[in-house]
Design a protein around this ligand. Structure first.
Ligand code: NAD
Ligand code: UDP
Length: 315
């Protein structure tokens, strides 16, 4: 029996990030309730944890109230890829907003510390570069990305109001593009798309001219940041950026993936989706200072591991 064993709820636990977080929390000796409605996640992501008596998988939608007894809550439930979150945009906003209200209500009743997976999307298409936490963002409230961006912004508002009004212990993290094993092969995110296309010998689809930038963080680095943040002093509420400041154009990423996978794929261009941010790079000074955290895994190394995963998946 581990003396500091906690009962930890991970919403969205069968998703890409959630499944890695569940693994990490079990390894630290905690009891984990993994909650998911399998909208964009899958049982397969956590099937290897099912035999662990300290792991429990619960099918539930966070837009409905939940009654469990827990010490900590990581609220990750929400589709993260544009294809998934735009498929049912009303549900996306409900998941972010009603989901946050329900999980905050649960935290209030159980006095649990609660963590919110927010996003760099709260900065929208930013006018400042790199983005630090004091920047309020430039977000279109009525576009096709708004269900996600504004849903996440409203969830942040709710977290800070529960903190001010009810004294909840909150932890709000703004996650920048993260990649790694267990990304959904068809969710349209750029890293998984490019790898899957290269492995299949299909054309690699660059949206726009490929000069837009993103900064890619490997999943293990991000999860380390999550746990450090959750365990940090209660006065440190965030919001805090977590991501890898290494910035690449989308064309550079395509070339790197093709070089690593090999094969005959061609780079082709397709129309840029509406409201696609031009530039994105986290300023992680706050995380460095408060959490002594910074990413360790280079894009080169992280891509190797992710490519190996997709190779295995696709036989
Ligand atoms: P994901 O789609 O793989 O995981 C999200 C999980 O939430 C899925 O398992 C899905 O089935 C579940 N879910 C969705 N709606 C739900 C609902 N109403 N009730 C219960 N479960 C629900 O995405 P991910 O990349 O693992 O993202 C996890 C969280 O991190 C999300 O909140 C996302 O917004 C945030 N985030 C991720 C990134 C990234 O680069 N991966 C970047 C910024 C923010
Ligand atoms: N992108 C691309 N080709 C693809 C998928 C995405 O060029 O097949 C681009 C997309 O337009 C965006 C960037 O890659 O500029 C990152 O897209 P993703 O959906 O991964 O994340 P987000 O836009 O939310 O950062």
């Amino acid at each position: 029996m581990v003396s500091n064993r906690k009962r930890v709820l991970v919403t969205g636990g069968a998703g890409f990030l959630g499944s890695h977080l569940c693994e990490r929390l079990l390894a630290a000796g905690h009891d984990v309730i993994c909650l998911d409605n399998f909208y964009s996640g899958a049982k397969d992501n956590v099937v290897h944890l099912m035999d662990n008596p300290h792991f429990e998988l619960m099918r539930h939608d966070v837009t409905f109230p939940l009654y469990v007894e827990v010490d900590e809550i990581y609220n990750l439930a929400c589709p993260a890829s544009p294809i998934h979150y735009q498929r049912d945009p009303v549900q996306t906003t409900k998941t972010s907003v009603h989901g946050a209200i329900n999980m905050l209500g649960l935290a209030k009743r159980t006095k649990a510390r609660i963590f919110q997976a927010s996003t760099s999307e709260v900065y929208g298409d930013p006018e400042i570069h790199p983005q630090d936490e004091s920047y309020w963002g430039r977000v279109n409230p009525i576009g096709i990305r708004s269900c996600y961006d504004e849903g996440k912004r409203c969830a942040e508002t709710l977290f800070f109001d529960y903190w001010r009004q009810h004294g909840l212990e909150i932890k709000v993290v703004r996650i920048f593009n993260t990649y790694g094993p267990r990304m959904h092969p068809n969710d349209g995110r750029v890293v998984s798309n490019f790898i899957v296309q290269a492995l299949r010998g299909q054309d690699i689809t660059i949206y726009g001219d490929g000069s837009q930038t993103r900064s890619f963080c490997y999943v293990d680095d991000l999860i380390e940041g999550f746990v450090r943040f959750m365990d940090s002093p209660k006065e440190f509420t965030g919001p805090v950026n977590l991501g890898n400041p290494g910035e690449f154009t989308i064309r550079e990423l395509a070339e790197l993936v093709l070089k690593k996978v090999g094969g005959k794929s061609k780079l082709i261009t397709m129309p840029l989706p509406q409201d696609d941010p031009r530039q994105r790079q986290p300023d992680i000074s706050l995380a460095k200072r408060e959490l002594d955290w910074q990413p360790r895994v280079s894009l080169d190394e992280g891509l190797e591991k992710t490519i190996a995963y997709f190779r295995g998946l696709m036989g």
